[in-house]
Design a protein around this ligand. Sequence first.
Ligand SMILES: C[C@@H](NS(C)(=O)=O)c1cncc(N2C(=O)c3ccc(Cl)cc3C2(C)C)c1
Length: 478
Amino acid sequence: APEPALSPPGRALPYEAIPRSGRSAWLNLYRFWRSDGFQRFHLLMERSFQRYGPIYRETVGTYNSVNVLLPRDAAQLFQSEGIFPRRMGLESWIAHRQLRNHKCGIFLLNGEEWRSDRLVLNKEVISPAGTRKFLPFLDAVARDFVSLMQRRISKNARRSLTIDLYGDLFRFTLEASSYALYGERLGLLEESPDAESQRFIGAVETMLRTTLPLLFVPPGLVRWANARLWREHMAAWDTIFSHADRCIQHIYQEFCLGQQRKYSGIMAELLLQAELPLDSIKANIIEFTAGGVDTTAMPLLFTLFELARNPGVQAALRQEIAEAEAQGPRELSKVLNSMPLLKGALKETLRLYPVGITVQRYPTKDVVLQNYCVPAGTLCQVGLYAMGRSPQVFTNPERYDPGRWLSQEDNSFKALAFGFGARQCIGRRLAETEMMLFLMHVLRNFRIDTVSKADIKTVFGFILMPEKPPLLTFRPLY
Ligand SMILES: C[C@@H](NS(C)(=O)=O)c1cncc(N2C(=O)c3ccc(Cl)cc3C2(C)C)c1
């Protein structure tokens, strides 16, 4: 076969020369729809990288994307994101906001509108100062979770507890994020959790599940083709908004009555600062409330499972926690910063189970990826799931080894689970501290075991989740 046409040195190959997955866009869409391809989107991407190499182009229906998986290509892509980084829009979510005449939060906004809201929100939600203020709230909820488990264990003679933690983890993350956001306990970790909040958790799950088939198809078509799915999607959104409205009303009422001076959560700080109009505060708080449940519960479940099937790692973490405690009572943020192995465990979990399976950008100027010229405005995606399991990027990728993140090797652009730069996940510090505190208190009080050592199958349901939740056993250490 003739040698592939190599471009003269220094000249990038044309865009059209990028390897393509599947010829016909519409046949791809049909195949996706039929084979439930959306649920296995991350696995299909991994296989495409194995077939076509570190860059390929795919067209599914009206959606066209250039996909990369190597850190240096991610770095190249982020260098050309401009000052208003942009991701793929979520038409069905925007359609709901327009239909109900709600403002959009920063996830759905773009350009100047996004930037002005984001800069105000950063101060309370992701800055070190903001994080230090809501940290104690998350610590209180993590301690309550341990008490809940101890109460349950004391109720059975075997002094251990084997349960499907799914529901409890959703209650924990909603309780924790709501306390940080509203300064109010929902009481989800008590014996009889509040029914309305349970309905909210269900609505977030339904909304995320019904978002999936809406991702790649214009909402107008879906409303006609599958009215029931559309109605279910809208009803879930309405439940989410009415729950958040209730919480916001409580705060707003108290805020108008008298300005208490001590910190009482992110929402109160935003009202006090008055740098955002109330309807913008509401739109963003709703995104944080709904976006703070499944996104953080799933990595906790995956971490507990990996620690259960890697007892050596679990013991090393318990040792690090004990040493951190032995240094005497200190400010919580200092305690968390003295547990690098626990931070590495979270990175390991998000490497193998990235909640958001890709990071997307539209480059604002032509960019060269893998020596191909990609024109400005082309949707580009970094395949996080494929990157995290690629032997080209990580040695022994299948091994759950938190220590790999502490070594001297260059890990830049390898830990992208929260995205990158000015548009990275604004909930990053909330999620990280919530997970660190949860694991610190749980590992200090219990040993985690699991019968099944087999890999968990994952499905993509707008967030990456287990096909079947693993059964875990909690044994008290004392
Ligand atoms: C899974 C990952 N997808 S991503 C952003 O990487 O493509 C992700 C990461 N961080 C937050 C989310 N959110 C949700 O889950 C969610 C639910 C309801 C609303 Cl109103 C807003 C949200 C956001 C977008 C905050 C989703």
